[in-house]
Design a protein around this ligand. Structure first.
Ligand code: ADP
Length: 493
C-alpha cells in the first residue's frame, strides 16, 4: 500500500476539475497541465500547482508522455490520473509511469492491451463463456472467406474495425451482393483512422439498446459492480443522453448482466474503474460489445444513483487499499439522467460552433449537477472536444429526473455560442422518451419530431425585426435620445 499525497491530472476541461474535486475532499494536492492558449480556462488554475505544456499539436502537449512524466517528477506527484481520452487507455504510458515509480490511477497495462482490441477482447470473452454477438472474429481476413462467414451469420451484418473506436470503420451490409463493397470501405476507413485494417463480422442487431455496467476492482480480489447505465440515445454512435436505471431491464435481467460484468472483471483480474458495454436485443438477450478501461464521461449518473464517488474509489484502488464495501451495500436509489451539451448547431446539420461564452449559467435545482470545464469569458474553439458540459439530474422517479433536467437546461444558456440545448430538450420532451422507447437509432427514427418546431414563427419574427430595424435606420436619433437608444446598427441587431 502506498499513500497518494499529490496527483498530476494528465487531462483538461471538465474531467480535470472533476478529479480536483475529489482530491480536495480527500486532502490530496493536485497538479494540472494546460497549453499556452488555455491560460484562462479553469483547469489551468484550479489545481494546487499548474504547468504549461507550451504550444503545438497534441503530440507536443496532452499526448507528450515524456513531458507529462517530467512534470510529475518535477512537481513531486506520486500518482497520475489520466481522465478519459488522451493517454487514459495507453498501456505503454501506464507502464512508463509505473517504471518511474509513479502510481498510475487506472488498470494494469495487460488489461488495456486485451480490451483495446475488439478481436482479442472477444477471444478472451469466449474463453470466459460470456455471450457474444453471433459473428466471426478470427484471424482469416481473406475477402471470400469473410463473405462466406457473413452468409453463415445471416444478413444484415456489421463489418467492424478491430482497432475501432468512436464508430469509425463500421459498415452495415444488408445483402450478400453488397458485402464486398461494404467490407472494402470499412477496411479503407479503418486503415486511415487506425493504421490497421483488421475487421470482424457481427450479426447486425436491428433494434438494439446500449447497456453498460460500471465495475470497480481493488488489488485484494474484490470485484464490484455499480449497476447499469443505458446510453442508447446516440448520434453517429456518440452518446448524447445517458440514464440509470435502464427501463429495459427486469430485476432478473439486471442480475444476469451485472453478474456477467463481474465475471469479466474477475476473469481478467481487473484493477480500478471500468465499463463493460453490452448490446441488448428486443428479446432481452444481451451480448458483450467491449470494455472501456477507464472512467467514462457518463459516470456521474451512477454516482447520483448509488451515492458513491467513483474517482475516490479509483484512488483507493490505485493506492493498493481495500475497497471496504460489500456488493449487497451498493443499491440503486431513484433515477439519474445526463445530457451532453455540445457546441454545435443541430438546426444547421450539426455544424461545429465556436464563440466566446458570455454566460455559462448554473443549475438552481437541488439534485442537479453541472460538470463543465468552461467559465464566462472562455473561448470555444475547434481545437478541443466540442463537449461544453454535462448536465446531470437526479429524481425519485424517471419522470421527475426528466422534468428536472428539462428545467435546468434553461439555467445554463452558454450564451455566446450555439449549442444543442434545444435539441436535447426536444429529445427529452418526446412521448417516446417518456415511454422509454430508447433504441440506438432513436434520433434517426424520430428525426422529423426533433426538427425545430417554430421554424415558421421564428421566420415571421425575424422578418418583423428586420422591418423594424430598417424603419429605425431611416430615422436617425432625435435630439435628447442617446445613441444607444437609437438602434442605429449598435444594439438589438
Ligand atoms: P466503437 O468502439 O467504435 O464505439 P462499438 O462496438 O462500441 O464501437 O459500437 C458502437 C455502437 O454501435 C453501439 O453503441 C451500438 O449503437 C452500435 N453497434 C455496435 N455493434 C452493433 C451490432 N452488432 N448491431 C447493431 N448495432 C451495433
Amino acid at each position: 500500500m502506498r499513500e497518494i499525497k499529490k496527483i498530476l491530472i494528465a487531462n483538461r476541461g471538465e474531467i480535470a476539475l472533476r478529479v480536483i474535486k475529489t482530491a480536495k475532499e480527500m486532502g490530496i494536492k493536485t497538479v494540472t497541465i494546460y497549453t499556452e492558449k488555455e491560460k484562462s480556462y479553469p483547469h489551468s488554475y484550479m489545481g494546487d500547482e499548474s504547468y504549461c505544456l507550451g504550444e503545438g499539436a497534441l503530440s507536443e502537449t496532452y499526448l507528450n508522455q515524456a513531458k507529462i512524466i517530467d512534470i510529475a517528477k518535477k512537481s513531486g506527484a506520486d500518482a497520475i490520473h489520466p481522465g478519459y481520452g488522451f493517454l487514459s487507455e495507453n498501456g505503454t504510458f501506464a507502464d512508463r509511469v509505473i517504471s518511474e515509480g509513479i502510481i498510475f490511477i487506472g488498470p494494469r497495462s495487460e488489461s488495456m492491451l486485451i480490451m483495446g482490441d475488439k478481436k482479442t477482447s472477444k477471444q478472451k470473452m469466449e474463453e470466459l463463456g460470456i455471450p457474444l454477438i453471433p459473428g466471426y472474429h478470427g484471424d482469416n481476413q481473406e475477402e471470400n472467406f469473410l463473405r462466406e462467414q457473413a452468409v453463415k451469420i445471416g444478413f444484415p451484418v456489421l463489418v467492424k474495425a478491430s482497432a475501432g473506436g468512436g464508430g469509425k470503420g463500421m459498415r452495415v451490409v444488408w445483402k450478400e451482393e453488397e458485402f464486398l463493397e461494404g467490407l472494402q470501405s470499412a477496411m479503407r476507413e479503418a486503415k486511415n483512422a487506425f493504421g490497421d485494417d483488421t475487421v470482424l463480422i457481427e450479426k447486425y442487431i436491428t433494434n438494439p439498446r446500449h447497456i453498460e455496467v460500471q465495475v470497480m476492482s481493488d488489488s485484494h480480489g474484490n470485484h464490484l459492480h455499480f449497476f447499469e447505465r443505458e446510453c442508447s440515445i446516440q448520434r453517429r454512435h456518440q452518446k448524447i443522453v445517458e440514464e440509470t436505471p435502464s427501463v429495459a431491464l427486469s430485476d432478473e435481467l439486471r442480475k444476469e448482466i451485472t453478474e456477467s460484468a463481474v465475471a469479466i472483471s474477475s476473469g481478467i483480474d481487473y484493477l480500478g474503474a471500468g465499463t463493460i458495454e453490452y448490446i441488448l436485443d428486443d428479446d432481452g438477450r444481451f451480448y458483450f460489445l467491449e470494455m472501456n478501461t477507464r472512467l467514462q464521461v457518463e459516470h456521474p449518473v451512477t454516482e447520483m444513483v448509488t451515492g458513491v464517488d467513483l474517482v475516490r474509489m479509483q484512488i483507493i484502488a490505485a493506492s493498493g487499499q481495500r475497497i471496504e464495501m460489500k456488493q449487497s451495500e451498493i443499491q440503486q436509489k431513484g433515477h439519474a439522467i445526463e445530457v451532453r451539451l455540445y457546441s454545435e448547431d443541430p438546426d444547421n446539420n450539426f455544424l461545429p460552433a465556436t464563440g466566446k461564452i458570455s454566460c455559462v449559467g448554473y443549475p438552481l435545482l437541488n439534485g442537479v449537477r453541472l460538470d463543465s470545464g468552461y467559465v464566462d469569458g472562455n473561448e470555444v474553439t475547434v481545437n478541443f472536444d466540442p463537449m461544453l458540459a454535462k448536465l446531470i439530474a437526479w429524481g425519485e422517479s424517471r419522470e421527475s429526473a426528466t422534468e428536472k433536467i428539462l428545467n435546468s437546461l434553461d439555467d445554463i444558456p452558454f450564451l455566446g455560442v450555439k449549442t444543442n440545448r434545444d435539441y436535447l430538450k426536444r429529445i427529452l420532451s418526446t412521448e417516446e422518451f417518456a415511454k422509454g422507447i430508447t433504441y440506438t437509432h432513436f434520433v434517426e427514427t424520430f428525426k422529423d419530431k426533433l426538427l425545430k418546431k417554430d421554424e415558421t414563427e421564428h421566420q415571421i419574427a425575424m422578418a418583423i425585426a428586420a422591418f423594424l430595424i430598417n424603419e429605425r435606420k431611416q430615422k436617425p436619433a432625435q435630439s435628447g435620445q442617446s445613441v444607444w437608444q437609437s438602434s442605429f446598427g449598435f444594439r438589438n441587431v
